[in-house]
Design a protein around this ligand. Structure first.
Ligand code: CTP
Ligand code: CA
Length: 222
């Protein structure tokens, strides 16, 4: 039937999804985090699974249930996320939705104590998981990133697509908004140009993206 045929569109495909924030420890009781809820990434994992894909969801700390049929790998730091992504390969496609912490501290072994001078954090840049994956020998055929921007949305997203070696970037306009909301305003940036999607719920963004991924993997084009 028509329904059965569409439900199997991603049958036999393995798709990797990253989602949520990372926690970068400062000491045994404190960390640097961000406002990512993980909802967009989890919705994408669910939508891909519903189209028949085998989905590995590498997730930072979030308060969300694992979507049915999805294999979830929980991590805390960016470095742990990078390792989990490498372990999950090979994959036919990767959708990097995580808000990866850009910097990590060298965590103190013991809880920092108040003193005369507040502690100064020495930050180190984390590996760019998306860029590393896109340039790796095991590069998935389709590599997709997100870019949450507050200004110059399309320019920043277009530059990120090229710099990171991604096929597609979903630019998310978060100006006047907060991460963790219910809806997203997306511009899909590809080699062919920019496509504006109307503001829609995150689950609808997920369904639409999953269909586009199925199109691309079936047609062998991006
Ligand atoms: N990303 C990643 N690893 C990182 C940083 C980002 O995999 N260390 C991925 C995100 O999952 C997202 C894309 O790269 O798919 C864009 O993330 P973003 O934070 O917007 O880009 P940055 O290069 O970190 O630039 P900036 O935060 O300065 O805007
Ligand atoms: Ca960043």
């Amino acid at each position: 039937s028509f329904l059965a045929a569409t439900a199997d569109r991603l049958d036999g495909k393995h798709i990797l999804v990253t989602a949520g924030p990372t926690h970068e420890p400062i000491d045994p009781v404190r960390y640097i985090a961000n406002r990512s809820s993980g909802r967009q990434g989890f919705a994408i994992a669910e939508a891909l699974s519903r189209l028949g894909a085998r989905v590995t969801l590498v997730s930072g700390p979030v308060a969300l249930a694992t979507p049915a049929g999805v294999t979830r790998v929980d991590i805390e730091t960016a470095q742990e996320m990078a390792s989990a992504v490498a372990t999950a390969l090979p994959a036919d496609a990767a959708v990097m939705v995580a808000a990866v912490g850009d910097w990590r501290a060298a965590p103190a072994a013991q809880k920092l104590k108040k003193g005369v001078t507040p502690p100064a954090l020495q930050l180190t840049e984390n590996p760019d998981i998306l860029a590393v994956l896109a340039h790796s020998a095991q590069r998935p055929k389709l590599v997709i990133g997100f870019a949450a921007e507050t200004e110059h949305v399309i320019a920043h997203a277009t530059a990120k697509r090229t710099r990171k070696g991604a096929d597609w970037i979903l630019a998310n306009d978060v100006s006047g908004d907060v991460m963790g909301g219910e809806a997203n305003t997306i511009h899909l940036v590809t080699a062919d140009g920019v496509e504006r999607w109307e503001r829609m719920p995150k689950v609808e963004v997920a369904r639409r993206l999953a269909e586009r991924i199925a199109d691309a993997l079936q047609q062998d084009t991006k």
